[in-house]
Design a protein around this ligand. Structure first.
Ligand code: SF4
Ligand code: SF4
Length: 232
């Protein structure tokens, strides 16, 4: 078993739904901690909960979101320790190690960027990672490392095509409707601050600690395909 296979096997047995390997050499070394590779780990959201997001976020969705985030933090930290035990350098970008500028909703190295470099999916018109298997119903974390892993083929353009479902459903009008590609800045196709204000409003209505919405996750045809495959 090579290193990729060992990591993949161990992370899936720990509860990961998807694991990808990315070469980050084209990303500035400061924001990847001078570590060339990224291991991106995804956990799918419970389809039963996602089915009930429309028309609004539920307490179940909040609990699922919280639970999956916690699991991702644990699996990311486990991966860091695993790599270090083999003599490599590694850094888990779990929630405690991430800074999100709330004025711009930006972070230095989004997990979804690493996921596109690993070939796990593309960035949808709603600025979420869209995967073939789970649509947008997935949450992610990243572990940076200098271990020379075999990397996936990057995805550089969108598979959204003419679809505008997320644009139509978005109550914030945050989705402008342009297809992403690797050279397009997020702000060109997505108004993150409009989304931020709307999800705060929707989270407050439910008296949740987190700002939440999730309509664009639910409506995406790729998510719907995942929900249908699972059944009731
Ligand atoms: S989370 Fe809600 S407000 Fe934000 S882009 Fe998606 S649908 Fe719009
Ligand atoms: S709903 Fe359609 S446009 Fe939006 S991310 Fe999904 S496939 Fe792309």
């Amino acid at each position: 078993m090579n290193l990729n296979e060992e990591i993949h096997h161990k992370l899936i047995s720990k509860g990961a739904s998807i694991v990808g390997f990315a070469d980050l050499k084209n990303v500035s070394y400061q924001i990847r901690n001078d570590l060339r590779y990224g291991i991106v780990i995804g956990i799918k959201l419970n389809p039963k909960v996602i089915k009930k997001i429309n028309p609004g976020p539920s307490l179940d969705y909040y609990n699922e979101y919280d639970h999956v985030n916690e699991r991702l933090n644990e699996i990311g930290d486990y991966t860091e320790l695993l790599l270090k035990s083999k003599g490599y350098d590694a850094f888990s970008k779990s929630q405690k190690n991430i800074f999100i500028d709330q004025n711009t909703k930006r972070t230095d190295l989004p997990h979804k960027t690493v996921a596109t470099r690993a070939g796990l999916g593309w960035i949808g018109k709603c600025a979420l990672l869209i995967t073939d298997q789970f649509g947008a119903a997935i949450r992610l974390t990243t572990v940076l490392t200098n271990a020379e892993i075999k990397v996936g083929s990057p995805i550089n353009s969108s598979k959204c095509g003419e679809c505008e479902e997320c644009k139509k459903i978005c109550p914030a009008e945050a989705v402008r409707g342009y297809n992403w590609d690797i050279n397009l800045e997020r702000d060109t196709f997505f108004e993150a601050l409009k989304c931020r204000d709307k999800i705060i409003e929707r989270g407050e209505k439910l008296k949740l600690r987190e700002a939440m919405c999730g309509l664009c996750i639910y409506i995406c045809p790729w998510t719907q395909k995942y929900l249908k495959n699972i059944g009731d």
